[in-house]
Design a protein around this ligand. Structure first.
Ligand code: CUA
Length: 312
């Protein structure tokens, strides 16, 4: 079937399932109602000047039927779509993180192994990936029709998206949020490689250099920043408690804050804690951390998070 994009991710079939269910239900009711409308208007048409419209007061069984059946159908639709949506929003534990930056007007991809690519995203077949995305300037949107995934990139916070590519090939990545003059040219290629081909790409000698510190993988840059920017004065990496919480096992940690709210140490919480340390103080600690706004760049923060991920 060529009128919808080919199915190239684990999520695509599920999304299509919801689409088909809605489409089939809509077509069935459209045909049913239209046929009855035409049939009744012919059968009960006014035949002479003396025809009188009968006085009908209502029918309880009929009203119950046309209330209960659509309600059941809507509940089925909701439950099916909700299950698929929950699946789409819940990355598996073993998903590989890739940092995505959208800016006017290009896509930048940072891999855990230190590689960086522009406007080309390299993925390994059947390996679940999680896109950790941010925008540098305005809203952008990551959209790959063949994968049936779409998510906005927002300045000032991380958004995420996950999928498993299930087909080797090259697919189009579109920016699906109007972001200025170059919006229609903000395109990238997604290259899904077989494990052998991915291995060759991954170990290729041609290392693309990033703007931050050339040659360092994000986690190494994060470790360097951890020491150079003074994080190590208050945050240990071995589990011991100094002035602030330890970075060991930090990613994914949940707990209570001094104001009674709860936190989950995901990318957004870490970023907020670096830029606005007073926003959510972990219970048992003093609000003594200074803001690193203007000291650490967004790339630096991403690198620190990559470093923290190695400490889990
Ligand atoms: Cu970026 Cu449209």
């Amino acid at each position: 079937m060529t009128w919808i994009p080919e199915v190239a991710s684990n999520l695509a079939g599920k999304v299509d399932g919801v689409l088909w269910l809605i489409t089939i239900m809509s077509v069935v009711f459209f045909v049913l109602i239209t046929v009855l409308l035409v049939y009744f208007s012919i059968k009960y048409r006014r035949r002479s000047e003396n025809d009188e419209t009968p006085y009908i007061t209502g029918s309880e069984p009929l009203e119950i039927i046309w209330t209960v059946i659509p309600s059941i159908l809507l509940i089925v639709l909701f439950v099916h779509a909700f299950v698929v949506y929950k699946d789409m929003r819940t990355p598996p534990e073993d998903a590989v993180d890739i940092n995505v930056v959208g800016k006017q007007w290009l896509w930048q991809f940072d891999y855990y192994n230190g590689k960086k690519t522009l406007n080309e995203l390299y993925l390994e077949l059947n390996i679940p990936v999680r896109m950790v995305m941010r925008a540098d300037d305005v809203l952008h949107s990551f959209f790959v029709p063949q994968f049936r995934v779409k998510q906005d990139l927002i300045p000032g916070r991380y958004t995420q998206l996950w999928f498993t590519p299930t087909k080797v090939g090259t697919f189009d990545l579109f920016c699906a949020e109007y972001c200025g003059t170059g919006h229609s040219k903000m395109l990238a290629k997604v290259v899904v490689l077989s494990p052998e081909a991915y291995d060759i790409w991954e170990n290729g000698t041609q290392v693309e250099e990033g703007p931050a510190v050339a040659g360092l993988v994000p986690a190494e840059l994060g470790e360097k920043l951890y020491k150079e920017k003074g994080c190590n004065a208050c945050h240990s990496v071995d589990g011991s408690v100094v002035l602030g919480p330890t970075f060991k096992g930090l990613i994914g940690r949940k707990g209570e804050c001094t104001d009674g709210s709860t936190y989950t140490a995901d990318e957004n919480y870490i970023r907020q804690s670096i830029l606005e340390p007073q926003a959510q103080i972990v219970k048992g600690f003093q609000p003594v951390m200074p803001s690193f706004k203007g000291i650490l760049s967004e790339d630096d923060i991403s690198a620190l998070i990559a470093y923290m991920k190695t400490l889990n």
